[in-house]
Design a binder for this molecule. Sequence first.
Ligand SMILES: [Zn+2]
Length: 247
Amino acid sequence: MEGLVLRLIDYGESDQITRLFLKEAGVISAIAKGIKRSKRRFPHHLEPFRVYSFKFRKKPTQNLYWIQTADQVAIFTGIMEDIRKIALGNFFSEIILKAVKEGHPQPDLYSFILSLYRSLEQVEEITPLWFYSEIHIMRFLGFLPNFETCLRCKTPILRDEANRFDPSHGGIICPRCQLDAGKVGINIGSEELGILQFLKNSPIQAVSRLRITKNARTVIEPILKAFITYQLEQPIKSLSFLKEVME
Ligand SMILES: [Zn+2]
């Protein structure tokens, strides 16, 4: 079964316990018994940002799969050479671990994560891919933000107005509705709104053409972070580290 390593913990002297994201089976917990001794069963280390072909013992015991063999079939070296790329890749892992239930297959999200790895390996400007990944991972998890129409009156958003983003409802509130609703959410300017609309509605290949100024990044970063944290009802720790290394 094809899959990725999300997390890895040493267990005893020669074993490792891992959380894997399998293309066909979703997130699972698995033990690699004797990984530090057997080069035959484990010709490669288990590491994040690689794709493996796993063979498991037939049935998991108490939801713990036993890895019989793991063959590495792809490696994203370009990610591992850049601390900022590692930080973004760790965000992908954390959000999957926190938001995808064990044993629920998510093949489309799995394929999307691989396309993020491929792009992350190539890009020089990481910020556009960072925000792109936040919007679209949330889309796969069932929380698509609305940057196009007002949450309350449903009229199309005019970018030049004093709009605000409401993270708890995942969308924009226009100035007229703010009069009724009071000041909820976060100010969002025309440039930032344009970037978010572009990222939401573009294919991943378009992302590398986008340039995001430091100012725009300072506005968008807390908006998407608040949205994710609110919708998933828990903090995503890797986002703080990511912000730090991207400064
Ligand atoms: Zn409105």
